[in-house]
Each structure stands twice: as structure tokens, then as C-alpha cells.
Write a protein that binds this ligand. Structure first.
Ligand SMILES: CC(C)(COP(=O)(O)OP(=O)(O)OC[C@H]1O[C@@H](n2cnc3c(N)ncnc32)[C@H](O)[C@@H]1OP(=O)(O)O)[C@@H](O)C(=O)NCCC(=O)NCCS
Length: 185
């Protein structure tokens, strides 16, 4: 468990898949700037069972243990790359409370502390102001626009590419040394 002040990140377990399937199939949870997806629980369980390189899925949990969102990191294919990408969403009722910003901060701390990577990146629809603000608040910089990256609601859409480098991160913001020490065996 990765603990923040507002939220925790907990690795997704098989028991979480029914709720995840419910979320995936509700367009309002993915939001208007993510592809419209419908997936059976069988397909979701199959994907979960396939071990993919440098990919981990987390549930974002409130301090009372309620499951309020999702954040994951995944491998971006590049033969010489030392980078990972992240993606996230919150259920509509929990938005606007600073939760996703903290979840991204925790994820950035975790990835730079645990993986030998130099860069974490994220891509978001150019109109997704909320997601861009989350990334900027978490120290990401906008690198540019990727043209016609996403097929959304019947149209190809441009996306912004954001990243944070290890040298810009410098040190953990949420997973402080004290917290990590407390949880050490
Ligand atoms: C985008 C999303 C993840 C933001 O999560 P959140 O927990 O509501 O964000 P936060 O509360 O941490 O807000 C961070 C900042 O963004 C602002 N913000 C959040 N949503 C916003 C919106 N829709 N429009 C404008 N600003 C917004 C907040 O006001 C805050 O700024 P402030 O501190 O200056 O007030 C959430 O709205 C969501 O899950 N959307 C649907 C899925 C999605 O788009 N995922 C991202 C795909 S790239």
C-alpha cells in the first residue's frame, strides 16, 4: 500500500475486477476525453491475468478504504527507452477534491524510487483541462501536441504530451523517507 495524506494506492486484486468492469462500462467514469469502451468481465479478467512488462494497476482508495478511482503505469515501447507512461481516472462523485493530483504525486514518487527510469509521461486530450492541471500540479511539463492521436466519439483528436524527468523530480513529495521507514519490515 502506498499511503498519501488524502488517498492511498493499492495494487488491484482479482477481487476488484467486478467493480473495475462496472466502471469501464460506464462512459461517465472514463469521461468524455477517453475512448468509449465496452468490455465483458471475461475480457477484463483475461487482460488482468496476462503479465505485461512494467505494468501495474492500482486502485485509488479514500482514507476510509473506499475504492474511488484507478491509476496505472505501463511500458511505452522504445528499443532504448527508460520511460513509463501513466493513466488515471476518478469516479465522478470524487472529482475536484485534489485526489487525483495526490495519486499522481504518489505514483511519480513510487516509480522514481523503485524503477531505473529517467522519464514518466502522460497523454491527454487537448480539451481535457482537468487532467492537464493535475499533471502540471504534479510537476509535469507540457512537451507539445500529438496530432490525431485518439479516436474519440467518432473523431480523431489531438493530444498533449506531458512528462516529468528524474532530475526535475529531485526527491519524494509524498512518500517521504519517514513514511517509507515506518513501513519497512
Ligand atoms: C481529470 C481528472 C482525473 C481530475 O481528477 P481530480 O481529482 O478531479 O483533480 P484534482 O481535484 O486533483 O484537481 C487538480 C486541479 O485541476 C482542476 N480541475 C479538475 N477538474 C477540472 C475540470 N474539469 N476543469 C477545470 N479544472 C479542473 C482543479 O480545480 C484543481 O485545480 P486547483 O487546485 O487550481 O483548484 C478527473 O476529472 C477524471 O477522472 N476525469 C475523467 C477521466 C479522465 O479524463 N482521465 C484522464 C485521462 S488523460
Amino acid at each position: 500500500m502506498l499511503e498519501g495524506k488524502l488517498v492511498n494506492l493499492r495494487v488491484m486484486e482479482k477481487e476488484d475486477l467486478p467493480l473495475f468492469a462496472e466502471w469501464v462500462n460506464k462512459p461517465e467514469v472514463f469521461g468524455e476525453y477517453n475512448p468509449l469502451i465496452q468490455m465483458s468481465r471475461t475480457e477484463i479478467e483475461k487482460n488482468y491475468g496476462e503479465k505485461k512488462l512494467e505494468q501495474t494497476e492500482f486502485f485509488i482508495e479514500g482514507k476510509d478504504g473506499s475504492r474511488i478511482g484507478y491509476i496505472w503505469h505501463f511500458n511505452v515501447m522504445h528499443p532504448a527507452g527508460k520511460l513509463l507512461e501513466i493513466g488515471y481516472f476518478l469516479v465522478p462523485s470524487e472529482r475536484g477534491k485534489g485526489y487525483c493530483t495526490e495519486a499522481v504525486n504518489i505514483m511519480v514518487d513510487y516509480l522514481f524510487l523503485s524503477k531505473n527510469i529517467e522519464r514518466i509521461q502522460a497523454q491527454t486530450d487537448v480539451r481535457n483541462v482537468g487532467s492537464q492541471k493535475v499533471l502540471e500540479k504534479a510537476g509535469f511539463k507540457k512537451e507539445g501536441t500529438i496530432r490525431k492521436l485518439f479516436f474519440l466519439r467518432g473523431q480523431l483528436r489531438d493530444a498533449c504530451l506531458y512528462s516529468i524527468l528524474r532530475e526535475e523530480w529531485k526527491e519524494p513529495k509524498i512518500l517521504t523517507k519517514t513514511q517509507l521507514k515506518q513501513h519497512a519490515p
